[in-house]
Design a protein around this ligand. Structure first.
Ligand code: GLV
Ligand code: MN
Ligand code: MN
Length: 438
């Protein structure tokens, strides 16, 4: 199947007809449709599938398997194509698998931010299946297993913590913390997971699965326009800036907008506004980024002073010290302004990812493999977070970026050309071939 057909088969799921943006929130109907798409796409390719204990999806291309083996039902182990019947005889998902860490994983995520673009996440999953197709069309037989993965709740779009599935897999968050995360309506992650037919009691780091991973390579749309400036369709990631999310709760006193004298007000909107302005100034001074993209005013009346304002700060910087200093400045400005207005303020870090430097040896091997095929792939740092950042703490990890001419992302306007997406598939296939050749 061509990249275009595969891409189009996912395109309509979870797209809002009004905005054209995606609302693929974890454990909703749109998410269930994405998960079903993954299982069906894998089964059509005779890839063995399973949903792991942390709701991440996997599709395995085992050594000796081919595209024309007997198909399996989604979620079920299938009969292998000619050979290694001992794997099935020993039963279970892992029965008979080689114990050494050798599987090369590729993939990304299918969930979205509110009104996200089509490419952030899905491009990596679709390209992974397309790369498997391309390698098989060429008759390539991997000497090590390959698996396609789709990680759960990468954006934190519903439960607030980015990369939740890969954090759980790698032990970067405790199962109890994950189970208790709540969406905007108070539903816990555990409740939502159970209502999707999955068992939240099983959430935990998966050492057995990790032990089988030799390398992870995530392909992702670039969330900036550096590749466009460099005239390259594909790039290789160098590092991910440290970044996190902080929740600021300002509590004031509701009152009448038309009768309350300015001096008598305890208006939480004012320290919130001071924090927004300080975020901009502190980020500019530090060469960093700070954003308030979500704010909730209570009770939300146009003719009343708010009783409370809840706001979320997303902050990112090239280094940890710069990030800590900038967040400290923003918090201090919020506290100063809150005190001046008689408003209470609470600040809580909801999610954090330290600096990630991708494995230099793997990165060099990826770059060599691409150069060997005549693919120019500049090396870039990024301020965007990825599941690859969490996998990198446990297994050699690399990332490929695909050119985004405008750089716009987390928006319906996000775009990559068809030709560049296809170039990404060719690059990913080259990397998989390099990493799984005898
Ligand atoms: C993920 O897309 C992030 O960087 O927020
Ligand atoms: Mn994203
Ligand atoms: Mn992403």
């Amino acid at each position: 199947m061509s990249f275009a057909e595969l891409w189009d088969s996912l395109l309509d799921i979870g797209r809002d007809p009004g905005t054209g943006g995606y609302r693929r929130y974890t454990f909703t109907d749109a998410d269930a449709a994405c998960r079903a798409w993954f299982m069906k796409t894998a089964a059509e390719r005779n890839l063995r599938t399973h949903s792991d204990r942390n709701a991440n999806l996997w599709a395995w291309w085992d050594v000796g398997d081919s595209a024309d083996a007997d198909p399996a039902e989604p979620g079920q182990p299938r009969r292998p194509a000619g050979g290694r019947p001992e794997r099935m005889a020993r039963g279970g998902v892992w029965g008979g698998r080689p114990p050494e860490a050798s599987t090369v994983i590729t993939g990304s995520h299918l969930d979205s931010v509110p009104d996200g673009g089509a490419f952030d996440g899905p491009l990596g999953v679709v390209s992974a299946f397309a790369a498997v197709d391309l390698l098989r069309e060429r008759g390539f037989a991997p000497a090590r297993p390959v698996a396609v993965a789709a990680f759960c709740e990468e954006e934190g779009g519903r439960f607030g913590m980015a990369c939740l599935g890969s954090r759980l897999l790698t032990g970067a968050v405790t199962p109890d913390t994950a189970r208790e995360l709540r969406d905007g309506t108070g539903v816990t992650f555990a409740e939502a997971m159970a209502s999707a037919g999955l068992d939240p009691a099983r959430l935990s780091a998966d050492e057995e699965l990790l032990a089988r991973i030799g390398a992870f390579v995530e392909l992702h749309i670039e969330q900036g326009s550096a590749l466009d400036g460099l005239g390259a369709a594909v790039g290789v990631a160098e590092s991910i800036w440290p970044h996190g999310r902080w929740r600021l709760d300002f509590t004031g006193r509701a009152d009448h907008a038309g009768t309350t004298r300015l001096d008598d007000r305890r208006d939480p909107m004012l320290p919130y506004a001071a924090a927004v302005l300080e975020a901009r100034q502190a980020a500019a001074a530090a060469g960093a980024l700070a954003t308030f993209g979500k704010v909730v005013a209570e009770p939300g009346a146009a003719n009343a002073i708010s009783s409370a304002v809840h706001a979320w700060l997303d902050a990112r910087a090239p280094g940890q010290e710069v990030l800590d200093h900038m967040v400290g400045q923003i918090e201090a400005a919020a506290r100063r302004a809150a005190q001046a207005q008689g408003v209470e303020v609470g600040v809580r870090r909801e999610s954090f990812t330290p600096l990630v430097e991708f494995d230099p040896a793997l990165r060099a091997r990826v770059s060599r493999a691409l150069a060997g095929r005549g693919i120019t792939a500049p090396v870039l740092p990024t301020g965007a977070g990825h599941d690859a950042g969490f996998l990198a703490a446990r297994v050699p990890t690399a990332m490929l970026f695909v050119r985004n001419p405008t750089g716009v992302s987390h928006s319906p306007a996000e775009h990559a050309s068809r030709a560049d997406c296809e170039a990404g598939v060719v690059a990913l296939a080259a990397v998989l071939e390099e990493l799984t050749s005898p």
